[in-house]
Design a protein around this ligand. Structure first.
Ligand code: SF4
Ligand code: SF4
Length: 314
């Protein structure tokens, strides 16, 4: 569908996205992100993707959403803040990354994206589109940048000048034309190297890529293996994910707490002691985390993480 660009509709769409809770929303024209072909290829050929082989597959599909969704004209990219000042108990307690405190963000964002799709349909009944949250070979961060949501920090995470970097991305690929935003072209990191200097495992390369084989987030979430012995003592008590490179970033100094109750840390988890974590039964693991991102990890691997985190915290 090739509707003429309706600027008023684009404004209405952004207002609607804000109304249903999104902190950021931008639009980018669908195109092939050719400049990413070599970057992905080099990164995976060097093995920096660890055992996530899929990241090196279907490259053409990954860089061109028009292959993924035939007829695609635009990408609507949303950002949802998940920053919180809340922290788990005290010393020696295995740490969970902020992004995994509450209900699995995939579910929360998907519901909101589908509301946007319905909103578009209500005004353009002939439109079509698909929503994605980490669920397809799409370069989410690159599209976030294209849609003006932010720039790649040296830690490779997208940073927005207003809300920092603690936000989830969601994407709609649609066949309508929109009033597009300008990609963020500036590098606002300047001479800062805090994230690189303070990363506990030295996983951040100096070209805005991460060596996932050393990254605590990857090792405790995605990796099918246990955390390698030489990195266990560098976990600094982390059992699931790592926020350090974002915590130390000056652009997160003024981050405001999110307004999405689904992302809150349940009181029962907040109060768990180190002993409670060590003795967590399979039954309680399922009960407490079946709706959380943590539940994506097997119970056995998660308990391996708890053990490794406890060793590094002691
Ligand atoms: S998430 Fe942690 S380990 Fe990974 S790059 Fe950031 S600071 Fe380093
Ligand atoms: S810590 Fe510094 S270098 Fe790293 S992303 Fe933030 S501003 Fe950029």
């Amino acid at each position: 569908m090739n509707t003429s660009v309706d600027k008023t509709f684009s404004v209405l769409l952004k207002e609607y996205a804000a109304e249903i809770g999104f902190d950021l929303c931008g639009f980018a024209p669908a195109r092939s992100l050719d400049e990413h072909r070599a970057i992905i290829s080099n990164w995976t050929v060097s093995g920096l993707n660890g055992d996530m082989a899929y990241l090196g597959q279907n490259i053409e599909k990954r860089i061109d959403p028009r292959i993924l969704v035939p007829g695609a004209r635009s990408l609507i990219v949303t950002g949802l803040n998940y920053f919180t000042e809340k922290k788990q108990g005290g010393n020696g307690i295995p740490k969970i990354s902020k992004y995994a405190y509450g209900i699995n963000y995939h579910h929360v964002i998907k519901i909101k994206l589908n509301k946007i799709l319905n909103f578009i349909k209500s005004i353009h009944p002939e439109s079509s589109g698909k929503s994605f949250v980490d669920s397809a070979p799409l370069l989410e961060k690159a599209w976030g940048r294209e849609a003006g949501l932010g720039w790649y920090g040296k830690h490779s995470v997208l940073i927005n000048k207003k809300i920092g970097s603690f936000f989830f991305l969601g994407i709609i690929v649609t066949n309508i034309d929109l009033d597009y935003d300008q990609p963020e072209k500036e590098d606002h990191c300047g001479t800062c190297t805090l994230c690189i200097d303070l990363c506990p495992t030295g996983a951040i390369n100096n070209n805005r890529t991460i060596d996932t084989r050393r990254c605590v987030a990857y090792l405790t979430l995605e990796s099918k293996a246990q955390v390698p012995d030489d990195l266990v003592m560098k976990l600094e008590g982390r059992a699931f994910g790592c926020d350090k490179c974002q915590d130390v970033c000056p652009w997160n100094k003024n981050s405001k707490p999110h307004k999405t109750p689904e992302f809150d840390l349940p009181a029962e988890v907040e109060l768990m002691t180190a002993e409670d974590w060590k003795n967590l039964s399979r039954k309680d693991y399922k009960r407490l985390f079946k709706e959380s991102a943590i539940g994506r990890r097997s119970y056995c691997r998660f308990m391996d993480n708890i053990e490794a985190a406890s060793i590094s915290a002691s």
